[in-house]
Design a protein around this ligand. Structure first.
Ligand SMILES: Cc1cc2nc3c(=O)[nH]c(=O)nc-3n(C[C@H](O)[C@H](O)[C@H](O)COP(=O)(O)OP(=O)(O)OC[C@H]3O[C@@H](n4cnc5c(N)ncnc54)[C@H](O)[C@@H]3O)c2cc1C
Length: 553
């Protein structure tokens, strides 16, 4: 499929005679941030890797060469493309200007395609420096934040040791997210590449329990705290002390650790986030009938939308506008949940409508287990960070205030996403590097991306978005991955839907529309040179440029 309509250059008229200026304005090529990259918390230059693949042929590259370059661009900032290509809720796609035409580019599916290519080919992460530095850095927690920080430090030559409380690395990627969403060989493969850079990993070592933080501060030049948030919050309703009442994080941790958890025939899950949906779908896979109680309505549910769909497809029942008031016990075990209907009131501090109990609307649901998946917080026992005014690790520009040489990021600071943890781990690594070297820390200013008003949507060929296939609900009883990848043909065609917003795509439109022959083609990649002395300011080039790259100044 051609990316755009090829048109022949019309017969060129003579250059405008001197003095025939239409306007004093002259064209300039101005690269602008694309909305995909601006929307990516990891800060990956998405347009760059998409167009590298889309334009491979024009640049005389094989597909494989283009995939390799694309993988290199992504892993500059995100060492987990195959993981994120599966679990990221892809805020990058929300702003994609193509959404206004025929659907956002399927960036997340393409990231998985490139990530899987990297794993299959055994591509290795690049170091930024060959020399090894003398400073040693300690990282607490081998979740995406800690691993991203370790990666960015190791590639800068630092000696990094990660201390991890659990028996394996990965944090919530391994102990929270179920295998049917993220196969463990994918996670293991992407972690192994980071360790291969020379990062030391010490598992089964909880800092604060097995080794004091002070010892790390004494023995290491800097410490990164990436402990995540693993303590599930309690419901605070009567009867919660019954056997078979779990928190969501505890339940998923036990199942993901390979424990055989007996939930019985009927499970009630409380909550509306990813932990609640994952707990419900895992309980289905353990053979239970599952009801989720969520106190607001579907539109306020914070869980990733396709995950909610997946749960419904698998037969999970969701009771919206309902909350528990008591866990009913029989002989010390869960027998059911007494719940109450809610109405939505005025917005609360979160901006969402406040759920208000409806008097006299109580009802009961039979249950053998209850999973309270309402939220989680960091486990700071034995660590002093929690003493700084709360349970969360305080952070200011990636540093823990008042603790020289201590940096932090990820869920320990605020619950977020994998991509946010990766980004904060990288930012902290840059802050550590700057602090050690006495350099100023470069902070990226927020950028306003180019919007659909500056892109000529009609100029691009219509092309429907390529969607990933899914294993049918009836065949999903196991840990087998549900979401399938794009075929190579679909992936290639999908990259060609990228409109290269704000950056030249060598479409020749400016060159073709210019009747004064101002545009001189340069070798591929260098785009065009503008002979301003021939320009009469007619603006046709800027008006015709499909991707909004040309400005009249
Ligand atoms: C069930 C569930 C599903 C999710 N689904 C998604 C999703 O689909 N997409 C998405 O983007 N995000 C999702 N998230 C959120 C995402 O997993 C987190 O934002 C991300 O993992 C945070 O990374 P982190 O490194 O800060 O913390 P974590 O991933 O929690 O890692 C922290 C690590 O620190 C270790 N640790 C803790 N205390 C100590 C200590 N004292 N000493 C040594 N080690 C310690 C822990 O064992 C853990 O390995 C989900 C979260 C949950 C709970």
């Amino acid at each position: 499929m051609a990316l755009f309509k090829q048109v022949k250059k019309p017969v060129i008229k003579a250059a405008a005679p001197a003095g025939a200026d239409i306007s004093p304005l002259r064209p300039a090529y101005v690269s602008k941030p694309a909305p995909c990259g601006a929307g990516c918390p990891s800060g990956v230059s998405i347009r760059a890797w998409l167009t590298t693949i889309a334009q491979a042929e024009a640049y005389g590259r094989t597909k494989e060469e283009a995939y390799r370059i694309a993988w290199g661009i992504i892993t500059e900032r995100n060492p987990f493309p195959a993981v994120c290509g599966r679990v990221c809720p892809h805020p990058c796609e929300d702003g994609c200007n193509r959404r206004e035409k025929d659907g956002a580019v399927a960036i997340n599916a393409l990231e998985r395609f490139v990530g899987d290519f990297g794993l299959a080919q055994g591509l290795e992460l690049k170091r930024l420096a060959d020399e090894r530095r003398s400073e040693e850095i300690a990282v607490i927690g081998a979740g995406p934040a800690g691993l991203s920080c370790a990666y960015q430090l190791a590639r800068r030559g630092y000696a990094v040791t990660i201390f991890e409380a659990f028996s394996q690395p990965g944090g919530m990627l391994r102990y929270g997210i179920p295998k049917y969403r993220l196969p463990r060989e994918v996670l293991d493969g992407e972690i192994a590449r980071i360790l291969k850079l020379g990062v030391t990993l010490k598992c089964n070592t909880a800092v604060g329990r097995d080794i004091p933080v002070e010892e790390l501060r004494r023995n290491y030049k800097a410490v990164f705290v990436g402990i995540g948030a693993h303590r599930g919050l309690k419901l605070r309703v009567p009867g919660e002390d019954a056997a078979n009442v779990f928190t969501g994080t505890e339940f998923l941790n036990r199942v993901n650790s390979g424990e055989s958890v007996q939930v019985g025939r009927k499970v009630v899950v409380i909550g509306g986030g990813d932990t609640a949906i994952d707990s419900a779908r895992v309980s289905r896979r353990l053979g239970a009938e599952v009801t989720i109680l969520y106190r607001r309505s579907r539109s306020e549910m914070p869980a990733i939308a396709p995950e909610i769909e997946g749960a419904l497809e698998e037969g999970v029942n969701i009771e919206y506008l309902a909350a528990p008031v008591e866990i009913i016990q029989k002989d010390g075990a869960v027998a059911g949940v007494r719940a109450i209907r809610m109405d939505l009131g005025a917005p609360d501090a979160s901006g969402r409508p406040r759920p208000v109990p409806r008097a006299g609307s109580e009802f009961e649901i039979a249950a053998d287990s209850v999973i309270a998946a309402i939220s989680q917080e960091p486990e700071t026992a034995g660590l002093e960070f929690g003493q700084n005014g709360g349970r969360w690790v305080p952070a200011e520009d990636g540093r823990v205030p008042g603790m020289d040489g201590v940096f932090t990021g990820g869920d320990a600071v605020e619950l977020g996403l994998v991509t946010i943890a990766i980004s904060q781990g990288r930012f902290a690594a840059e802050a550590i590097d700057a602090w050690i070297q006495g350099k100023p820390l470069e902070k990226l200013a927020a950028v306003k991306p180019i919007g659909p008003d500056r892109v000529k949507l009609d100029w691009y060929q219509p092309a429907a978005r390529h969607e990933r296939a899914h294993v049918a609900a009836a065949e999903r009883a196991t840990d087998t991955e549900i979401e399938l990848g794009l075929s190579e043909d679909d992936a290639l065609a999908e990259t060609k839907r990228c409109m290269s917003c704000g950056m030249c795509l060598d479409c020749e439109t400016c060159w073709m529309y210019c009747t004064n022959n101002c545009f001189v083609k340069l070798p591929k990649g260098e785009h065009y040179k503008v002979k301003l002395e021939l320009c009469n300011g007619c603006k046709k080039c800027a008006e015709a440029c499909p991707c909004g790259y040309i400005e009249m100044n």
